[in-house]
Write a protein that binds this ligand. Structure first.
Ligand code: UDP
Ligand code: MG
Length: 334
């Protein structure tokens, strides 16, 4: 046998019988949380396949069916004839945070991204994002919406207020308009996987791990089909989760308010004593008393509520329940 033949046999031995070019290729994992997305998945699949085909990278499409009640799972299963398509189906709806966490745990790519299936996160940005990580020495390429066109005005207003507030209170920076759509290197993903907390607020967790991040900006795009799963109330609760998860300043504010009210009460006691000594003890003044009782008890309830929020999160954390439960998957092992 010629020496070239021996070398090629050795290469086959190391790389397996498959094409060595494919084996050496890097892999991109795309995590797609899906909740009642039967109308959008096929469109997303076609689009992402088209984009990744020209990227000279292996694709791993990880669909996470988050307890959908429509035909989402059936649609995903039909696509899974394609060997690039993997899926995990939850036993119920655990929320997008749980779906993203499951995806990060299962992803095996050298680069990992999270995308909505409604094409609001444009796949066409992926080649540029990959290029930035590979050639410009960044670890994360995030995307942010510069406009909130198509969103109800009141929602945009509260969203802006929320970002201003949380950035004042928390040391971890939350970027206004930042989407969950971001491309991360394996090192970043491994760092996120070390944060195993139950109450997950990914926008904060992504910032918490640090690393060099570049932001790409784009105009808001409307969903291709279906409806947003986020009601105003859900977003409000999510905002509270974010605040509780990333800052304890509300507790400090409660202490300060308590202290301020003690000072006011002390001054009022002095005023009442002096007034009684000089003018006697008139019985008027009950309306103001009623107002004060209302105000003070309201503030007390508020502060107890703030403590309760932190306590409830601790309660859930201590119980150590799983973040998601898998009912079905085509992933053999990781
Ligand atoms: N999603 C999910 N579980 C949920 C809610 C949403 O997996 O409980 C998915 C949803 O299918 C979509 C993504 O998260 O792919 C973003 O949801 P949506 O488009 O409704 O949010 P928006 O883009 O309006 O912020
Ligand atoms: Mg969306």
């Amino acid at each position: 046998m010629t020496s070239i033949g021996i070398i090629s046999l050795r290469i086959k031995g190391i790389l397996g019988e498959t094409d060595k070019g494919v084996e050496l290729m890097e892999k991109l994992s795309v995590i797609v949380p899906c909740y009642n997305e039967e109308e959008t998945i096929n469109l997303f699949y076609q689009e992402i396949k088209k984009v990744v085909k020209d990227m000279k990278i292996k694709l791993e499409l990880l669909f996470i069916n988050d307890g959908s009640s429509d035909k989402t799972l059936e649609v995903i299963k039909e696509l899974s004839d394609d060997k690039d398509v993997k899926y995990i189906s939850f036993s119920r709806n655990f929320g997008k945070e749980a779906a993203m966490w499951a995806g990060l745990n299962m992803a095996s790519g050298d680069y990992v991204t999270i995308m909505d299936s409604d094409l609001q996160d444009p796949p066409s940005l992926l080649p540029e994002m990959l290029n930035i990580i590979k050639n410009e020495n960044y670890d994360i390429v995030g995307t942010r919406r510069v406009t909130r066109k198509g969103e109800p005005v009141i929602r945009s207003f509260f969203a802006r207020c929320f970002y201003k507030l949380i950035n004042k209170m928390s040391k971890v920076e939350m970027v206004d308009g930042a989407r969950d759509f971001r491309l991360m290197s394996r090192q970043v993903v491994d760092s996120i996987l070390t944060l195993k907390e139950y109450n997950r607020y990914s926008k904060g967790l992504f910032s918490f791990v640090g690393f060099k991040t570049k932001w790409l900006e784009y105009e808001n795009i409307k969903r291709v089909a279906g409806e947003s799963k986020w009601s105003f109330w859900k977003l409000f609760v999510y905002a509270i989760d974010g605040i509780v998860a990333f800052t304890t300043i509300p507790l400090t504010i409660s202490v300060l308010i308590g202290f301020l009210f003690c000072l006011i009460a002390f001054a009022m006691i002095l005023v009442v004593i002096v007034k009684t000594l000089i003018f006697g003890d008139p019985t008027s003044g009950w309306p103001s008393l009623a107002c004060i009782i209302f105000l003070v008890s309201g503030i007390q309830l508020l502060c107890v509520g703030v403590i309760g929020e932190y306590l409830s999160k601790m309660y859930l954390e201590v119980k150590n329940r799983p973040i998601y439960i898998i009912k079905e998957t085509n992933i053999k092992e990781k």
